[in-house]
Design a protein around this ligand. Structure first.
Ligand code: AMP
Ligand code: MG
Length: 433
């Protein structure tokens, strides 16, 4: 665990008032230490889990040279001897799982099916559609240039050689990985324990589902979005409900969250006016790295560390992200700032989110010196070129813009207004949201 002094030193290098997104990402990355405990799980339970150690192949896959097609296996030396036409005596057959074990002379061949082991002395397969059966079916005849010596054969170890790293530690296990491990005969794997994230919403105006909406109140939607975004990352969640806008209630909730989770996420209560309150609170039993980003939506975002005890360093620590209250800002900050940290803490090797170029169908107002993540609808034209249209409202309170959109339009820190027809970068939601 990094010491408090190191934490403060790291934070002091930056302007905490309007941190560029890239600097915020760099700070967060530094603090995202992976969980260390490891669990051994049956292969099926490994889906979406993070591999704890490299998997080295204990065998060759495939284990033997075998035929890539239905055809006839023979010794490639027969091609040189046979001239323009080759005629070989068929002496037997081999099916997948039923090898032919007899000797095969260069004048002979064996009928083979896809996946059958290459018979002894054979290194070449001629596909059956190039072969004519002659001599009442006893011989196989084909043109001498129909195949090259060694063709149509899958080599032992071609997929994976024994001793080769099949999957690397940090891999988030996908369907193909489960199959790959099964092909190696591996039925159990070591994965990192799941990351545990506690979250709660703050706001006196928030009502939980099932409660009546009195004037001025709104339903708490952030806890549902957060739950879903965390679930997508296969993270253990602890929903601590709605907490009132009151320092004592907030403090109790933060301490309880720090005691039971690796990371604490809150939403609301960090905007101007309230920020000082959250900041003060964090200073008394934690550390604050930054609380304001040069980003829209998502400017008021607090990041630091909280402890379950009464002062910094006492009890159990947890990383803390105080997300803005506005529902779109919650999603944007989650994907741009929080997600990578959660993956790193899960022990994964995160890949950057895919970005592609698109042509903007509209002029877009953009203020320089902050990064904006507008919501857009992108589609490809007949030539494969992407075009994007911003969704109507870009207000950070309009959650329907996220449901309508299929991408973020990423407008960089130093970029200004965008003209219609200008190139912009988009980040597709596919597979993300
Ligand atoms: P705040 O950051 O607390 O000032 O909240 C900013 C805006 O987001 C206000 O309009 C809040 O009512 C709204 N808001 C805050 N938390 C939530 C929530 N959990 N669900 C829906 N809206 C929220
Ligand atoms: Mg609030």
């Amino acid at each position: 665990m990094t010491t408090l002094n190191e934490f403060s030193r790291c934070v002091a290098q930056y302007d905490p008032h309007a941190l560029p997104v890239s600097a915020a990402q760099a700070i967060v990355r530094q603090w995202a230490a992976p969980v260390t405990s490891v669990e051994r799980v049956p292969l099926r339970d490994a889906l979406d889990r993070v591999l704890a150690a490299d998997i080295v192949s204990p065998i060759d896959v495939p284990s033997h040279d075998n035929s890539a097609m239905d055809g006839y296996a023979f010794n490639g030396a027969a091609l040189a001897a046979g001239g323009s036409s080759v005629e070989l005596t068929v002496i037997g057959k081999a099916l997948a799982g039923h090898p032919f074990t007899g000797r095969v002379e260069t004048t002979q061949c064996v009928r083979v099916m896809t996946g059958a082991c290459m018979p002894p002395d054979c290194d070449t397969v001629v596909p059956q559609e190039l072969v004519e059966r002659t001599a009442g079916g006893d011989s196989a005849r084909f043109a001498g240039n129909a195949v090259a010596a060694g063709a149509t054969r899958r080599r032992a170890g071609e997929d994976l050689a024994r001793g080769q790293a099949a999957l690397r530690a940090g891999r988030i296990m996908r369907a193909s990985d489960l199959g790959l491990l099964a092909s190696l005969g591996i039925g159990e794997v070591n994965v990192r324990r799941r990351l545990r994230v506690a979250f709660f919403s703050t706001g006196d105006e928030l009502r939980s589902l099932g409660e009546p909406l009195d004037p001025g109140s709104v339903y708490d939607s952030n806890r549902y979005t957060l739950f879903a975004m965390l679930r997508r990352l296969n993270i253990d969640t602890l929903d601590l409900g709605v907490v009132r806008d009151e320092p004592a209630a907030m403090e109790a909730a933060l301490r309880c969250a720090a005691a039971s989770a690796d990371v604490v996420l809150t939403s609301g209560g960090v905007s101007v006016g309230e920020a000082d309150f959250t900041r003060q609170l964090l200073h008394t039993f934690g550390d604050v790295a930054f609380w304001s980003l040069a980003m829209r939506p998502g400017r008021p975002l607090a990041f630091g560390r909280v402890w379950s005890g009464e002062r910094p360093g006492a009890g159990l620590p947890a990383l803390f992200f105080g997300l803005p209250g506005n529902p779109v800002a919650v999603m944007v900050t989650f994907y741009q700032i929080v997600r990578e940290a959660l993956l790193l803490m899960s022990g994964a090797t995160p890949q950057p989110l895919p970005r592609i170029d698109a042509i903007s169908r509209q002029a877009i107002r953009k203020r320089a010196r902050r990064t904006e993540f507008q919501r857009g609808v992108a589609e490809q034209d007949a030539h494969g070129i992407w075009h994007v249209t911003p969704t109507g409202s870009q207000s950070s309170g309009v959650l329907s813009s996220m449901s309508e959109a299929n991408c973020f339009i990423v407008l960089g820190h130093d970029e200004g207004d965008i003209a219609e027809g200008e190139r912009v970068v988009i980040m597709p939601f596919d597979g993300l949201i």
